[in-house]
Design a binder for this molecule. Structure first.
Ligand code: ARG
Length: 486
C-alpha cells in the first residue's frame, strides 16, 4: 500500500478551524452537531500507521462475529454475511483496491464501515465490543507474529556467528582479547564470535518471555467494564489462538506492558548489535586490520578513491539509539496514565512498528556482513602471539609451582618493565623471553609459555578462551540455538 491510499489531509493543508461536514459519519457522530475539526482529525487519526494491522483487525472481527452467533446475538445468516463481507474487505485492502473514506479514523472504523457497506448486518458486528478492547486485541495479534518473525532473524544471526566460530576454530584462529581496549590475553576468534552469539540468545529468551505476556486475549473487555450481553471471551480467545484470557476488564484495555516488554527486548538486542557493529568498525580499520569486508557490505567515498567504509556496522552501532529512544519514550507515555483507556495509548504503535522494522533490517545486514567477512589470521595472531600477552601465564606458571599470586605478579611485572625499557622496540619480545629463561625462579620451561600458541592453549578452564574449552562451548552453543528455535 502506498501512503496515497489513505485519503487523509497532510499536515500543511489543514485549516485549524475547518471542520468536516455536519453529520459526517464517524462511528460516534450521533452525539455531535458537527464533524471533527480537520486539525483534530490530522492529529488523532491513526489510519496512516494502524492499517498495518488490517489482517489482525479482520481476524479479530471474524472471531467476535462467530462468538456473537454462538451466544445467540447474531443469526447464522447474519454471521455468514458478515464473515463474507470481512473476507472481501481483507481482499480489497491486501490488493490495494480499498477505497478509504475521509471518516476512516483508524483501521477499525475503516473495516467496519466497508463491511457494513457490503453487508448491512455488519452494523451488528460491534455488539458488546469497543475499539478499546479491539485495538489492543489487534496489537497483541500483530506483536505475536512480529516477535516470531524478528526472533527468527535474530536466531539466524546467532547461527551465523556460531557457524563462523566453528570455521575459525577449525582454522585455529586466535586474536588478542581486550580489556580497556588494550591487548590483554589471547583467545580463540571462535570464543569472541560465540560471545556475541550468547548475548543474542539472551535476547531471544527476553523476547520469548515478552511473547508469552503478549499472548493474552483482551477481547470481551468492552470499553472498560465488560458487557451486559452474554459474551464469551474464552470463545474468541480460543479462535484467535490466545494462550490465556484477560482477568480484569480495566486492566485488559489499559495494559500495554507487552509493548514495553517487546520494546525492551528489541532495545537490548539493539545494544548487542551496536557492540558487535562497533567491533567490526574497529576491526576493519587499517590500525587493526583484523577483517576485510566483502565489497557488497562496504561502501566507498565520493571523494577519496581509496576508502572502503563499514556503513552497515556503523548503522548497527547507531540504531541502538533509536531503539532505546522508543523504549524510553513509550514508558514515559505510559507513566501516570489513569485507568482505563486513554487516547495516549494510541502512541504505542509507531514505536513498536519501527522498533520491529529496525531490528529486522539491522540483523539482516549484519548477518550478510558476517557471512561474507574475511578474517586476517596474520593481523590477529600478531597480537595474540605477542609474548607480552602471555605475561599472566608466566605468573600462573609460578603459582602452579607454589608462589603466591601477588608475588608472582610482582616478579613478572618487573621483568616486563625491564624488557620494555630496552633500547630497541623490535627486540622487546625477545628480551622478555630471555629474562624469563634466565630468571632463577623461572627458566626455559616457564619461557615456553611465551612461545605461541602456548598461552592460548594453556587456558583450559570451563568457558575459557583456550581451544579445548571452546570446543565444548561451541557444542553447547549449538545445542542452545537448536533449543531456542523449537
Ligand atoms: N486508534 C485508537 C488507538 O489506537 C483506537 C481506539 C480508540 N478508542 C477510543 N475510545 N477512541 O488506540
Amino acid at each position: 500500500m502506498s501512503d496515497d491510499d489513505a485519503q487523509h489531509p497532510a499536515g500543511s493543508d489543514i485549516a485549524a478551524g475547518g471542520t468536516s461536514p455536519p453529520g459526517t459519519a464517524t462511528l460516534w457522530h450521533g452525539r455531535f452537531a458537527t464533524g471533527p475539526a480537520e486539525a483534530l482529525s490530522a492529529l488523532s487519526d491513526s489510519l496512516p500507521f494502524d492499517r498495518r494491522m488490517f489482517a489482525e483487525d479482520i481476524a479479530a472481527s471474524r472471531a467476535h462475529t462467530r462468538m456473537l452467533c454462538d451466544v445467540g446475538l447474531l443469526s447464522v445468516d447474519e454471521r455468514d454475511g458478515i464473515v463474507e463481507a470481512l473476507a472481501q474487505v481483507e481482499a480489497e485492502i491486501a490488493g490495494g483496491s480499498m477505497a478509504w473514506a475521509p471518516t476512516d479514523e483508524d483501521i477499525h472504523t475503516a473495516v467496519e464501515r466497508r463491511a457494513t457497506e457490503l453487508c448491512a448486518a455488519a452494523a451488528k458486528m460491534h455488539t458488546g465490543r469497543s475499539r478499546n478492547d479491539q485495538v489492543v486485541t489487534d496489537l497483541r495479534l500483530w506483536t505475536r507474529v512480529a516477535i516470531d518473525e524478528v526472533t527468527g532473524s535474530i536466531h539466524g544471526l546467532a547461527c551465523t556467528l556460531a557457524e563462523r566460530a566453528r570455521e575459525a576454530h577449525s582454522a585455529d584462529l586466535r586474536l588478542p582479547g581486550y580489556t580497556h581496549l588494550q591487548q590483554a590475553q589471547p583467545v580463540g576468534l571462535a570464543h569472541h564470535l560465540a560471545a556475541h552469539g550468547w548475548a543474542l540468545l539472551r535476547d531471544l529468551q527476553r523476547l520469548s518471555e515478552a511473547r508469552r505476556r503478549t499472548d493474552v486475549s483482551p477481547l470481551g473487555a468492552g470499553a472498560l467494564a465488560g458487557s451486559s450481553l452474554p459474551l464469551d471471551p474464552a470463545l474468541t480467545a480460543a479462535e484467535l489462538g490466545f494462550g490465556a484470557v484477560f482477568e480484569n476488564s480495566l486492566d485488559a484495555v489499559s495494559d500495554r506492558d507487552f509493548v514495553a516488554d517487546t520494546l525492551h527486548g528489541l532495545a537490548m538486542t539493539g545494544v548487542h548489535l551496536s557492540r558487535l557493529g562497533e567491533e567490526i568498525v574497529l576491526w576493519s580499520s587499517a590500525e587493526f586490520g583484523f577483517v576485510e569486508l566483502d565489497d557488497a557490505f562496504a561502501t566507498g567515498s565520493s571523494m577519496m578513491p581509496q576508502k572502503k567504509n563499514p556503513d552497515a556496522a556503523e548503522l548497527a552501532r547507531a540504531k541502538a539509539g533509536r531503539l532505546v529512544g522508543h523504549l524510553a519514550g513509550f514508558l514515559t507515555t505510559l507513566k501516570g496514565l489513569p485507568l482505563a483507556y486513554n487516547k495516549d495509548l494510541q502512541e504505542d504503535k509507531e514505536p513498536l512498528f519501527d522498533a520491529v522494522d529496525t531490528v529486522r533490517l539491522t540483523v539482516m545486514a549484519l548477518d550478510g556482513l558476517l557471512r561474507t567477512v574475511g578474517f586476517n589470521a596474520d593481523a590477529m595472531s600478531r597480537g595474540a602471539d605477542d609474548p607480552f600477552a602471555a605475561a599472566t601465564d608466566v605468573a600462573e606458571w609460578l603459582v602452579a609451582n607454589g608462589m603466591p599470586f601477588r608475588d608472582a605478579h610482582a616478579l613478572v611485572a618487573a621483568l616486563v618493565r625491564d624488557a620494555l625499557d630496552g633500547p630497541d622496540p623490535d627486540t622487546r619480545a625477545n628480551r622478555l623471553i630471555e629474562l624469563v629463561s634466565g630468571h632463577p625462579d623461572l627458566g626455559p620451561s616457564a619461557a615456553q609459555r611465551l612461545v605461541p600458541p602456548g598461552a592460548y592453549r594453556a587456558r583450559t578452564t570451563p568457558g575459557s578462551g583456550g581451544p579445548d574449552a571452546v570446543s565444548v562451548q561451541l557444542d553447547r552453543l549449538d545445542a542452545a540455538l537448536a533449543a531456542a528455535s523449537g
